[in-house]
Design a protein around this ligand. Structure first.
Ligand SMILES: [Fe+2]
Length: 239
C-alpha cells in the first residue's frame, strides 16, 4: 500500500464539523486536521481547539488512536487558552483525556506553555525539517516564523497544513506579540518557495470559499506571494 492509500486525512471546520453552536468557533472558522496511518490506526490531531473531546471521538469513530498533537503556533484558537476574555478548550483539556506528546517548534514552546497551560513535560520541541512518524506516515515540520516566532507548517504527502502562516488569500497577521513582518517575508519568499506547485495548501482558517488549493494557483492569485522586494512587501503588507 503506498503512502497516499495509507494516509488518513480529515479537515474539520470549527462551528460546522464540530463545536456546532460555539459562538467563538463559528466566528473564528478555524480548521483542525487529523493525520494518520489507516494501516496501523495511529493518528495525530493538528491544532485541536474548541471541543477536543468531539475531535477525539470523531477520529476514534474512524478506528484511529490518538498518538500525538501538533501545534502550528501558540494562539488560543489553535492551541487552546485565553482569547480576548474567552477561554477556549484545547490541548490542555485533550491531554486530560489522553496523555500524548505535543509537537511544537522549539522556539514556540515557551509561548505555547504560557498560553495553553500545557505542562512543559508534554512538549517535544523541534527544529525545522524534523519529522514525526505517525504509524508508517512521515510528517515533516517546517519552521515558518513571522506570524509567531515558532510558527510551523506541516507537510505530509503533498499536503501543507499552514496554520496562520499562509492562507489561500493573504497571510497571517504580523502585528501580534511575537510577530515579525521581515521574518514573514522570508518565510513566504524563501522557506516555502521550494515546495512544488502541485502541493495542496490546507490553511488554519476558512478565509476563502475553497477549503484548499494547489500552491500553483495560490502563487498566481495571492497578493502576498507576488514577486517583489522586501522593502515593497513590508510597505504593502506589514501591519
Ligand atoms: Fe494565529
Amino acid at each position: 500500500m503506498n503512502v497516499t492509500d495509507r494516509l488518513y486525512f480529515r479537515q474539520f471546520l470549527a462551528g460546522v464539523d464540530f463545536a456546532v453552536g460555539d459562538a467563538v468557533a463559528t466566528q473564528m472558522v478555524n480548521y483542525v486536521y487529523a493525520v494518520g496511518d489507516r494501516e496501523t490506526g495511529d493518528a495525530v490531531l493538528l491544532d485541536p481547539a474548541y471541543r477536543p473531546r468531539e475531535l477525539l471521538t470523531a477520529i476514534e469513530g474512524d478506528g484511529m488512536t490518538l498518538r500525538g498533537v501538533i501545534l502550528t503556533h501558540y494562539h488560543a484558537d489553535h492551541a487552546g487558552g485565553s482569547l480576548v476574555g474567552h477561554h477556549i478548550d484545547g490541548t490542555r483539556e485533550l491531554l486530560e483525556i489522553v496523555d500524548v506528546p505535543v509537537h511544537v517548534q522549539a522556539t514556540e514552546t515557551p509561548w505555547v506553555s504560557e498560553g495553553s497551560g500545557v505542562d512543559d513535560g508534554s512538549f517535544v520541541g523541534h527544529d525545522s525539517g524534523d519529522t514525526v512518524e505517525v504509524g508508517g506516515i512521515t510528517v515533516t515540520l517546517i519552521h515558518t516564523p513571522g506570524h509567531t516566532p515558532g510558527s510551523q507548517c506541516v507537510l505530509v504527502d503533498n499536503r501543507l497544513m499552514s496554520g496562520d502562516t499562509l492562507f489561500l488569500d493573504g497571510c497571517g497577521r504580523t502585528d501580534l506579540p511575537g510577530s515579525d513582518p521581515a521574518e514573514m517575508y522570508r518565510t513566504l519568499t524563501s522557506r516555502l518557495a521550494g515546495l512544488d506547485g502541485s502541493t495542496w495548501l490546507y490553511p488554519g482558517h476558512r478565509y476563502a470559499s475553497a477549503p484548499s488549493a494547489q500552491l500553483v494557483d495560490v502563487r498566481r492569485d495571492n497578493a502576498v506571494l507576488a514577486p517583489m522586494g522586501a522593502e515593497q512587501w513590508l510597505a504593502m503588507f506589514s501591519r
